[in-house]
Every structure is written in structure tokens, then in C-alpha cells.
Design a protein around this ligand. Sequence first.
Ligand SMILES: CC(C)(COP(=O)(O)OP(=O)(O)OC[C@H]1O[C@@H](n2cnc3c(N)ncnc32)[C@H](O)[C@@H]1OP(=O)(O)O)[C@@H](O)C(=O)NCCC(=O)NCCS
Length: 412
Amino acid sequence: MIGPDVNQAFEIREVEDGDLDAYYDIRSQSFGHPETERTQWRDRVQRDHDAMRLGAYVGGELVGGLRALPGGQWLNGRSVPMAGLAAVVVRPEARGLGVARSLQFAAFDWMRDRGIAVSTLHPASTRVYRSAGYEIAGTQETVRVNGRSLAAIRTASDAPPEPPVVRLGREDWPAARACYARTAALHHGFVDRSESFWALREPVDDGSSWFTYGVRGTDGLDGYVRYEQRPGTAGWGYRIVVDDFVAETSAVAIALWRFLGAHTMQVPHLEVPHACTDPLLLLLDEQDLSVRFTNRWMFRIVDVAGAIGGRGYPGVGNGSVPVQIHDPWPGGCTGTWNISVEDGTGHAAPVSSDCASADTVATDIGALSALMIGRFSTETLLETGRMQGSPGAVDTLGRLLTSPPPVLDDDF
Ligand SMILES: CC(C)(COP(=O)(O)OP(=O)(O)OC[C@H]1O[C@@H](n2cnc3c(N)ncnc32)[C@H](O)[C@@H]1OP(=O)(O)O)[C@@H](O)C(=O)NCCC(=O)NCCS
């Protein structure tokens, strides 16, 4: 029986294959996933040997679990080892007792032991993850765009003929992956997809509701769009929900958008990922975009030396500042660190707290994470009490860790 003292009694360990059905039962009850998805989910999870699945057990019975998907995240032009946290679920009768917190701490131990420096997730509750050291890092949005407006995107009168858009099959999937990899590296915050992340978007193009179309180039693909056709809400037609939109040139982007817009007789609106918003605003004649769904994803540094040393620092001058970090995770980054940038490379080295001076910045791991990924400024962190320090030291930290706002559209 699960009682109030469950946090004294539960054991955290890997979820064996034989317990995946019990995990799905909790996941299904927690998220409302239908029984029809059980086999597909179990097979996918079982095949993913790189990912970790951790469970909390009471008397041998699974009461909660999470998955950690190893991959990378592009931070200012460099891929930093990252793990995405997914499927965090706890049986209703075991909630509020510290199960999710213990699962997260165990996941961080696993990440640290594998050289994974940062972690991201899409939260259903901010507090659950903030209290384990994550902080809000960026916005995930589904944007609604008018199909007629896409069909009407204009090209310059002297533009070369529009490149043909062709249907892609399974044999094109390696080229699509290579095309994504080339463009993702240019976007701060994008996932550097490993097998664990690609497994979430297998090339299901079997005549069902998923379709992939692309533009062929001289060496592979110059762009592609992968989308699902879902039943319409108006009693007729259908919706197009774009999962991946990748274009290496503006001509390819326009060709793919106009192709999607050509569905307009049955599809009045399309849903596209957040990363498409800015390029579309520059292509559309009018602001025919609206936000359909929004949530903010979260990020945390797991290994401060790996995160600061792993990201890029384009245009950042040299400097250093001592930072006293508080981290709720017992195995984490609590302590004083000298954070420095020298000739475009970052370093974080532990220093004795005796070396802390009036120029030491004090902050928590979540606030430092949000600063280094470009979401919150030092001004906002000072204003909200998440950072303290002399103006000079805080300015130096802000200058060294400056980043553009990140974008992460991958769902996991
Ligand atoms: C979200 C969920 C995993 C939390 O698990 P839990 O074991 O009850 O969480 P814990 O007891 O470890 O609590 C950790 C922190 O989260 C807070 N918390 C727990 N449940 C919460 C809730 N529903 N809303 C807001 N905060 C919550 C706790 O107060 C604690 O914060 P604190 O340290 O600041 O006091 C669980 O409620 C659940 O399975 N929900 C349904 C599925 C879901 O939404 N999962 C999250 C997907 S991102």
C-alpha cells in the first residue's frame, strides 16, 4: 500500500522490459493516451537502447517513471550533449510525495555519468521542474497560418523557376536527416537529433495520414516538409499539422510553402512550428498568423563545466567572474565557480569558497541556465531576486553568457 511515508520507501531503478506495460498504464492514466498506442509505444521504447528509463518502485510495484533521451542541443553554433526528459508520470495515489523529484535527481546522476551537460523538457507544471533546478528557457508554439496566404506568397520577377516539390519515400529518409542536421546547426536551441530523437519521427509515409515532400538538390535534399493530415473541425476538409519544415534556401522555403498552400480548397488553415514564424512574417503579404497553442520549455545545466565549455561564444570578448551557485540536486553544481571566456572558449572551474569576493555573483542553477541559453537577462534575474552581485560583476557575467533567444520545436 502506498502511504504518506512512500518517499522513505521507494527505490529508483531502471524500468525493465517486463515493466513497460505497467509504465504505459501509468502514462496512459496520466496523459489520457489510448490503449491503441500501447504496442507502438512499447516497441519504440524497447528498441531505444540509448535512452534511459527510470522507475520508482514501492514493494516491487512501479509507481512512477521517466525517460531521458540523450542527444545534443545547438548552443551558439556548437552541439552540447543534452538529454531530453520525457514521460514523467506518477500514479495518482503516489503524487506529492517526492517521487518525481527523486526520479529527476537520479536522471541527473545518469546524465552526469555519461558526460551529458544540459537537459531540456516540455513541462506540464513549471514548479515540478523548477524545484529540481530547471528554468523556463523558450517558447514552444503551434502557429496557425492561412492556407490562401501561403498560396499567394510572391517570388521576385527575376527569380529562377520554382524548384519542383516531390513526394519522398523511406529511401529519402537519410537525405532528409542530413538536410535537417545541416540547418539545425545554424539555429540556437535546436536539437542535434540522435537516434533517440529521430525514433520519435520515423518515416511513416505509408499512405496513411503522414506525408513527406521535398526539393531535391545536386547532393541530396535542399529541403523537406513532413506533415500529418488530421480530420477537419468544420465538418468538411481536413487540417494539416506540420511536424518538420526544413529549407536550406529561400527559394526552397517558398516552393514548400506554396505547395502546402495549394491544399487550400480543403484546408483553410495549417498548423506550423514556432521556428517558422519569423521567416513566414517576412514572406507573407499580411500578418496571417496566430498562435494556436503555447507552452514554455525548460532547461537546466547538469554539468556546469561541460555546459559553459561546450557552447559557442561568437563575438564575446575575454573576461572572468566568480559565481556562487546553489543547486537543489545533491550531486549537482552547488559551489563557487570561476566562469571565464578566453578567445571564444568558455571555462568553468571550481574555486574554494574562501576565494569568494565582493565581486562574486550569487545565483541558482536554474537562473544561470536561463541566462546562458538567452532567455532571461541579468536585469530580470536581479529584479526577481534570482541573482545578487555588484553591478560590475553581474554585467561581466551577462556579457560573457550573452545569447540570442533559443528556439526548440522538437516534441518529446
Ligand atoms: C507532475 C507529476 C509527475 C509530479 O509528480 P510528484 O511525484 O507528485 O511530484 P513531487 O512530489 O516530486 O513534487 C515535486 C515538486 O513539484 C510540486 N508539485 C507536485 N505536483 C504538482 C502539481 N500538480 N502542480 C504543481 N506543482 C506540483 C511539489 O510541490 C514539489 O515542489 P516543491 O519542491 O516546490 O514543493 C505528477 O503529478 C503526474 O504524474 N502528473 C500527471 C502527468 C504529468 O502531467 N506529467 C508531467 C509531464 S511534463
